[in-house]
Design a protein. Structure first.
Lengths: 381, 437, 87
């Protein structure tokens, strides 16, 4: 029977990053996925690597550290070379409520004083950036953030890791017994010193007491339009997006929309936050609202066509924070899930920290807020 | 019409018109949409000035009767130059009016998709060049504009459509330079003889038309290369008598007719049926019969107790099914060697300009994510409609990579203008009334 | 004088029943230029599915030539052509 120091269940961007980092720690690693790399949310996402979009506090601080680390990993020879690219990001407001959210954002970034920095705060955005609609009343430009496609990052981490990969194989169960875990995956089983569950929504099946909930988001893909495209220099995010993250209802503020220019000249327009896990669900009213706001803010989109709409189902945790760390009741089982769309940005840092923790056998202090132990009561009862 | 139509029929070809008429007969209100400026579909397409008997063959009489009957039915609303945009999960259907560039949203109780069969085209080196089109496209063009396409044209691939289009071109005064057929239908004469008499008659009619115009028909032959010249194309044709090189203006390709299995997004809120060739490629005679049967089924669901038994239609389908099976045997040949010999520079995904070499570079048995996100296949405007089948065959993945995953059901069913989407009116069938003409 | 529209400045005659695609083909025009990905554009399937016959209409909208009715005096351009709206 094959033996590994670490088996990573789940080949999304998080599992892939953990795998690469574990290999760097000298561990013998296997990555297992029921389908293949980035089969779920990681492959149905946009590519924002952003501090600004995170809730203030733990997540913003982690995002800033992770963002800085991405630059390191993107150095020549690093796994994120050709994958992570610095790119300006823009947050905009169309009304007072959104402008207030921008005030909070600027304050947060100035207080953090990290790698993501406010570059400018424009009250006449149409003078500043070409092609903006009149409804964009205020524009904040943030420097230092980046762009990294979820699929590309996953693929890059795995390519560089050269771990043993088991695709079209599902981890169905595991048995822990003195010093070793027997990981059952379909018709085979392997021995592992450690098991990392980076399964996104699938984590709920392995650890039913963890309140992993789905948040589906529809994303619109446009064509590349006409002529040589003069697209936006970076993604534009409506400030209401920041409001929607702290409140679950979307009724009382302008539609949160992100307009993301792709290298091909196409645009990715998104996204919704729907409390279901149906990746095949399309809702015309939601799409119409997203597109209406997008066209309002960037009228050139009127000349584009929608060629596809896809839905990415992100894994979230009931209390709004991901779960990262050692699973209570087990000595060698770890978990990293519930990033709700922040996985791409946090993958670098979480990968490094989890790999280090696994190699040393102890969880890290600075991520204790994310520990699954906060649900320990749920597990027992 | 002041009320929203209960049933939306997409495609005013034989199956669609037959279904619409049958539904109207049982008192159900119908909205019939057709993407072309004229109704009739692939078989009957009516040129705006009137019909041309040279083009319609044996289905003309039935078609005319159907159209006349529809004109007399009050509860069918026809919209031409109107395309189907897709259904969302709540059963909202989007329609595009291409003359105005506007969109319309409906919520019918049932949907019948009768958009015809898919014409399959095998990739060949140079098939992406201008001047190369489908044989079906040449046929549609002739029927719409009532003139034959100009220049030296070769029809190549496999299937009876090549003969039909060639004969139609000849009757319009512009016979093709040659027909290149991969199979050996003449060699299967003993199976061909078992075909229904009307099939033989139709084939003989096409054959004689072509022979009289001295159009050479090369059997067991295939186009192996297409190259751009200053004026026109140069094609290499592999024949049993050796390689032929011809300079031509246009090439019409066709490699068979298949049911339309393109992934339309579905809804639990809508009764959905496919009718005609779209459902099962059985040809024109079966299409009308199937349209009737589907209408009957839907009618029964909407108005319980209104169903009637249609033995004639069922018998017709059975007969056509046997005939098509025989036709398949007559035209049977192995296309695998042709696929195996494709050079790496052959474009597979036309929209994104991705080659066979790009596909092979993905390695053994690539996953859907790898094929799409790394390889960029099926990521363009047609979303895999034309390359999906071939990517499956050529990626060595046939068993594990089901086409339904690569070309999975998605919305929209065709590219939709954002301008149209944001101004979509929520009509309830109050669009301008057009009578059936 | 027959009815005509223009494509990339070239005048093309049409009949009432024509689409932009059928009129262009009859005039011997097979190429509609290139797409952003380098793909060749021109009439292929004739029924609005292949997305190869894309052109830009006078409203700056990208449309399929084979689904577009001809309009007297209308000016169409190539996707990467001289007209249209470059955004």
């Amino acid at each position: 029977m094959q033996e590994f120091d670490l088996v990573v269940a789940g080949a999304g961007v998080m599992g892939a990053s953990i795998a690469w980092h574990a290999v760097q720690q000298g561990l013998r690693v296997a990555v297992v996925d029921a389908i293949g790399p980035a089969a779920a949310a990681s492959g149905a996402s946009d590519g924002a690597v952003s501090v600004a979009s995170k809730k203030p506090g733990v997540l913003s601080n982690m995002a800033d550290t992770s963002l800085a680390y991405c630059y390191e990993l993107a150095q020549p020879g690093g796994p994120l070379e050709h994958v992570f690219f610095p790119r300006p990001s823009y947050f905009f407001a169309s009304d007072q409520q959104e402008s207030h959210a921008l005030d909070e954002l600027v304050k947060k970034l100035r207080e953090m004083n990290g790698i993501a920095q406010v570059v400018s705060d424009e009250s006449k955005p149409t003078d500043f950036l070409l092609g903006l609609g009149q409804s964009v009343q205020r524009l904040v430009e943030i420097g230092g953030e980046g762009h990294m496609l979820g699929y590309s990052a996953t693929h890059a981490y795995l390519q560089h890791a050269r771990a043993e990969c088991f695709w079209r194989t599902q981890v169905t169960s595991f048995d822990e017994s003195d010093g070793s875990i027997l990981v059952h995956m379909g018709s085979t089983s392997v021995k592992a010193k450690n098991l990392m569950l980076a399964l996104g929504l699938g984590t709920g099946q392995m650890l039913p007491w963890l309140p992993v909930i789905p948040r589906a988001g529809q994303l619109i893909v446009t064509d590349a339009g006409q002529g040589f495209v003069q697209s936006l220099p970076g993604a534009m995010t409506a400030a209401s997006y920041l409001l929607s993250k702290s409140r679950d209802s979307v009724g009382d503020f302008p539609t949160p929309v992100v307009i993301d220019p792709l290298k091909t000249g196409q645009f990715l327009i998104g996204s919704s936050r729907e409390p279901h896990n149906d990746a095949t669900r399309t809702d015309l009213t939601i799409l119409k609202a997203l597109l209406a706001r997008a066209v309002d803010c960037y009228p050139a989109l009127k000349h584009r066509r929608v060629i596809r709409v896809f839905t990415g189902v992100r894994a979230a945790i009931e209390d709004g924070l991901p779960v990262v760390g050692k699973v209570p009741g087990h000595s060698r089982v770890w978990v990293a899930t519930g990033f709700e769309g922040d996985g791409i940005c946090l993958s670098a840092l979480v990968g490094r920290e989890m790999a280090a923790a696994i190699a040393q056998g102890t969880p890290k202090d600075d991520m204790k807020d994310l520990s699954p132990c906060r649900f320990e009561l749920k597990r027992k009862y | 019409m002041s009320e929203a139509a209960q049933v939306l029929v997409v495609g005013a070809g034989l199956a669609g018109m037959s279904a619409a008429s049958a539904l109207a007969d049982s008192g159900i209100s119908v909205r019939l949409i057709e993407q072309a400026p004229v109704i009739g579909g692939a078989v009957l397409r009516q040129a705006l000035q009137g019909t041309d008997p040279r083009l319609h063959g044996p289905h003309q009489d039935y078609g005319s009767r159907l159209i006349t009957r529809m004109q007399q039915q009050r509860n069918i609303q026809v919209s031409r130059s109107c395309q189907f945009g897709g259904v969302d999960s709540d059963g909202r259907v989007l329609l595009v009016h291409s003359s105005q560039g506007s969109h319309e949203m409906l919520q019918p109780r049932a949907l019948i998709v009768a958009v015809g069969a898919t014409e399959r085209i095998r990739p060949r080196p140079g098939w992406h060049l201008p001047g190369v089109m489908t044989a079906g496209s040449i046929q549609v063009g002739m029927k719409t504009s009532l003139t034959a396409p100009p220049g030296r044209i070769v029809l190549a691939g496999t299937g009876p459509l090549l003969l039909a289009v060639g004969a139609q071109m000849t009757r319009m005064g512009a016979p093709p330079l040659a027909i290149v057929e991969a199979a050996n239908p003449l060699g299967r004469w003993h199976q061909a003889l078992r075909l229904p008499f009307v099939y033989g008659l139709e084939a003989a009619d096409y054959w004689l038309t072509l022979k009289r115009a001295k159009v050479p028909i090369w059997m067991q032959s295939e186009v192996t290369d297409i190259a751009q010249q200053e004026a026109g194309l140069r094609i290499h044709v592999n024949t049993p008598k050796g390689i032929r090189i011809w300079d031509i203006d246009s090439l019409g390709l066709h490699d068979g007719i298949f049911p339309n299995d393109y992934g339309f997004s579905r809804s639990d809120h809508l009764i959905w049926r496919n009718a005609g060739d779209c459902h099962e490629a059985l040809g024109a005679r079966a299409a009308a019969a199937h349209g009737e049967l589907v209408a009957n089924e839907i009618g029964a669901l909407l108005k319980p107790g209104s169903a009637t038994v249609r033995p004639a239609a069922l018998k017709r389908l059975e007969r056509e099914r046997s005939a098509q099976a025989l036709l398949k045997l007559v035209y049977q040949h192995d296309e695998k060697p042709m696929l195996d010999q494709l050079p790496l520079h052959t474009v597979i995904c036309r929209c994104e300009n991705r080659t066979l070499g790009d596909l092979k570079a993905l390695g053994e048995q690539p996953t859907v994510r790898e094929i799409r996100l790394l390889g960029r296949f099926a990521m363009g405007a047609c979303q895999g409609r034309f390359c999906g089948h071939w990517v499956q065959c050529l990626s060595g993945n046939e068993k594990k990579l089901s086409k339904s995953v690569l070309m999975a059901a998605h919305w929209p069913s065709r590219p939709l203008s954002i301008q149209g989407l944001v101004t979509t009116a929520d009509h309830l069938g109050s669009n301008s009334l057009e009578s059936v003409t | 004088m027959g009815k005509s529209f223009s494509l990339e400045g070239q005048s093309i005659l049409f009949e009432t029943s024509d689409t932009v695609a059928t009129a262009a083909l009859r005039a011997g025009i097979q190429s509609f230029g290139h797409s952003q990905s380098g793909g060749q554009l021109g009439v292929f399937c004739g029924i609005g599915q292949c997305q190869a016959c894309l052109i830009v209409n006078h409203q700056g909208q990208v449309v399929e030539a084979c689904l577009t009715p001809c309009v007297e005096g209308a000016a169409f351009s190539h996707l990467m052509g001289s007209g249209g709206i470059h955004v």
